[in-house]
Design a protein around this ligand. Structure first.
Ligand SMILES: [Fe+2]
Length: 333
């Protein structure tokens, strides 16, 4: 970074969510630190996804360009977006153009909402639409579609729970700033198959919850799920990690490894919260008036124990705004 002395009048702010990562920059880009503008990227360079995520984590909302470059910069950003839509439309067919547009809008919308300091009903509704769109774009893709069909045939209750957890995990992921399609797809698959190992436990074992065999099978189900998924081609490592770690707890008292804090992969911590929430709601399902609020209370109570204390507040805000308002497979009946 180069330190340059300019005044505020020399610069125009560009909202972070408007700038695409990995797109060639058509002007020098600056960050504002205190009252100083520091050159961050040269014309012709690009901003990596990693850097974007760093900005998000530091709550950086705007980058800056020289005033005279603003119009050209905005035009280039819009052109890059249109180009991305065209490329994706070519891949998935003209009849799916609206899907391509939605997918390209996803990142922008997530950044936009993430940069809202306080969540509103409107923001949460927008994110839920993004979740629905994302799921309709990926649900028929393989290998996910095939594995999910197998899971449904093996154990429909677990399949429904898994769909709820996938839905919630995407919402929680987006609300905490995850916006890359690849990351979201890994999160979706990990959540969808987190209990695959549980579905494979034989009926005579699952029917005896007080037996040693039951306890052993439950303790081993994350590993059993990983073993099965590993036998298939093209399952990304983050998906395996999520399945392996979905019962680990932030304080280190989970299983099977008993790892704690940031040693647990970030996406696993999201799925773990979604899994616990859906299970608590299911246990309270007879009390329709209170099942969601009770589940939120349990999450709040366990902040920093079971659950990541940094992720949880925003997830709880999001749940409070969407309680009783999102689709859960188990409530459709
Ligand atoms: Fe599980």
């Amino acid at each position: 970074m180069t330190n340059v002395s300019f005044t505020t009048d020399d610069f125009a702010a560009i909202p972070l969510h408007k700038i695409g990562c990995n797109d060639k920059l058509v002007a020098d880009v600056f960050v504002k630190i205190g009252e100083k503008f520091i050159k961050f990227k040269e014309h012709g360079d690009f901003i990596s996804e990693e850097k974007f995520n760093y900005f998000i984590s530091k709550n950086v909302k705007e980058l800056f360009v020289h005033v005279e470059s603003k119009a050209a910069f905005e035009t280039a950003v819009e052109e890059a977006k249109q180009e991305a839509i065209e490329t994706l439309t070519e891949e998935i067919g003209e009849e799916n153009r609206d899907l391509a547009e939605k997918q390209i809008d996803l990142r922008e919308k997530i950044y936009e909402t993430f940069l809202d300091e306080k969540l509103s009903n409107e923001t949460v509704d927008l994110l839920k639409t993004q979740v629905d769109d994302f799921i309709s774009a990926v649900k028929d893709k393989n290998p996910s579609a095939d594995i999910f069909l197998k899971l449904t045939n093996m154990n429909n209750t677990i399949a429904e729970h898994s769909m709820n957890v996938a839905n919630l995990s995407l919402l929680f992921g987006m609300v905490t700033g995850q916006s890359s399609s690849i990351v979201l797809e890994n999160l979706y698959m990990g959540a969808l198959f987190h209990d695959y190992g549980k579905a494979k436990i034989p009926a005579d074992v699952i029917e005896k919850p007080n037996s040693m065999a039951y306890e052993k099978a439950i303790k081993n189900h994350p590993n059993a799920g990983v073993e099965f998924l590993k036998s298939l081609p093209n399952i990304p490592q983050p998906v395996l990690t999520i399945v392996a770690e979905h019962h680990e707890q932030f304080s280190g008292v989970g299983y099977p490894k008993g790892i704690s804090g940031e040693a647990i992969y970030g996406l696993s911590r999201i799925v773990q919260i979604a899994n616990a929430f859906d299970n608590i709601v299911f246990e309270n399902r007879k009390n329709k008036a209170k099942m969601y609020t009770n589940a939120i209370k349990v999450l709040e109570y366990d902040k920093g124990k079971q659950f990541d204390p940094e992720l949880l507040p925003r997830i709880i805000d999001c749940l409070k705004l969407s309680v009783g308002n999102f689709t859960r497979e188990r409530e459709k009946k």
